[in-house]
Design a protein around this ligand. Structure first.
Ligand code: NAD
Ligand code: UDP
Ligand code: UDP
Length: 345
């Protein structure tokens, strides 16, 4: 009845009461491209709760309406089904440009489209930013460092990277490198106010369960009591950041005056073998750790140097791996139960 009354009287429903009220002088109209994806939807939650107007533009390639459905109907929220390789003419104050597949399986599915999304799509968003005078933050990636030279470990922003331009990951890595180049060309030539976040491996609720990435694979395998698959000898490393830390960092970067690229990641580094053992222990399962063939062009070590983010943004990750994994596993369990119920009915 309450909900019906909300509808009839056009009141903001009770479920939205967490949203702050901002008056028009401070409220911004913010575009989040890729806002129906994993990271984008958490960013949307944050911005909506701050009281801003949020427009999501997404083609739902890897994202889903489900990730933002709790905002549908809110007067501050708009969802546009739009492919970013096509121009977009709207009025906006800020742009968080996240539209791009992120996991190797997704970005290798259609490499040409991945390149178009990161190049043409980024040109369109920079063109939009230029026309309306909006600040724009580009979601770049640690993949711009490629398979880092061991003398550049951990990776700092001054490292130019070591990327195979014609390998299987090139569509994404080089696409993001061009996106960065475009951003600074528009900044210099057209005076667009750009921010570049170099994001390292991120996990959390709403991440894709079946996109082949290591966090999802290991959790699912352990929950199903299947063997945990380590590609190669397991000595290669990654550093995992929880999604709320990333969202805080992106907003702090957007709101800062700092225009050079900034690494956002958690510097706690684990070998993949260690990570498999952490998941087994965490879920208290006896799954076998199975070593499969290594993957082509797989970066051997990855760890962010976050001194720049600490210095210029006063940002560092707060969520421990233990806490982050617990929240992610709870999400995976609920998703699995829901899928099971769907199959039964
Ligand atoms: P995701 O796949 O969950 O989200 C990407 C979103 O972009 C999806 O909603 C997808 O439908 C949308 N999209 C893709 N192509 C599009 C197009 N042509 N037009 C419009 N929408 C399009 O991935 P994510 O993990 O949330 O990643 C978000 C951003 O962060 C990406 O730019 C990614 O490169 C970057 N990033 C993520 C990570 C990570 O570990 N998750 C690490 C580094 C960088
Ligand atoms: N663009 C857009 N929305 C806008 C303005 C521009 O999508 O509000 C796109 C448009 O497709 C254009 C691209 O951004 O081709 C680059 O714009 P820019 O102004 O830099 O260049 P030009 O219009 O001269 O191509
Ligand atoms: N990986 C693995 N087993 C899996 C999935 C991934 O050993 O089931 C490895 C993969 O080879 C890589 C690391 O885990 O070295 C992280 O892979 P992911 O695809 O998550 O991210 P990225 O390579 O983009 O950092």
């Amino acid at each position: 009845l309450e909900e019906r009354l909300d509808d009839l009287e056009c009141r903001i429903p009770k479920k939205y009461e967490t949203v702050k009220f901002l008056n028009y002088q401070v409220r911004k109209r913010i575009l989040v491209t890729g806002g129906a994806g994993f990271v984008g939807s958490h960013l949307v939650d944050y911005l909506m709760k701050q009281g801003h107007e949020v427009v999501v533009a997404d083609n739902f390639f890897t994202g889903s309406k489900k990730n933002v459905r709790h905002w549908i109907g809110h007067p501050n929220f708009e969802l546009i089904q739009h492919d970013i390789v096509n121009p977009l003419y709207i009025e906006i104050d800020q742009i968080y440009h996240l539209a791009s597949p992120a996991s190797p399986i997704h970005y290798m599915y259609n490499p040409v489209k991945t390149i178009k999304t990161n190049t043409l799509g980024t040109i369109n968003m920079l063109g939009l930013a230029r026309r309306v005078g909006a600040k724009i933050l580009i979601a770049s990636t640690s993949e711009v460092y490629g398979d880092p030279d061991p003398s550049h470990h951990p990776q700092s922003e001054s490292y130019w990277g070591h990327v195979n331009p014609i390998g299987p990951r090139a569509c994404y890595d080089e696409g993001k490198r061009v996106a960065e180049t475009l951003s600074y060309a528009y900044a210099k030539q057209e005076k667009v106010d750009v921010r570049v976040a170099r994001i390292f491996n991120t996990y959390g609720p709403r991440m894709h369960m079946n996109d082949g990435r290591v966090v999802g694979n290991f959790i699912l395998q352990a929950l199903k009591k299947e063997a945990i698959t380590v590609y190669g000898d397991g000595k290669h490393t990654r550093s995992f950041q929880y999604v709320s830390d990333l969202v805080d960092g992106m907003v702090m970067l957007m709101d800062s005056n700092y225009t050079q690229p900034v690494n956002l990641g958690n510097p706690q580094e684990h070998t993949i073998q260690e990570f498999a053992e952490i998941i087994k222990e965490f879920l208290n399962v006896k799954s076998e750790i199975q070593h499969l063939n290594g993957v082509e062009d797989d970066p051997q070590r990855r760890k962010p140097d976050i001194s720049r983010a600490k210095k210029v943004l006063d940002w560092e990750p707060k969520v421990s791996l233990k806490k982050g994994l617990q929240l992610t596993i709870d999400y995976f369990r609920t998703e699995l139960e829901t899928q099971q119920l769907d199959v039964e009915h």
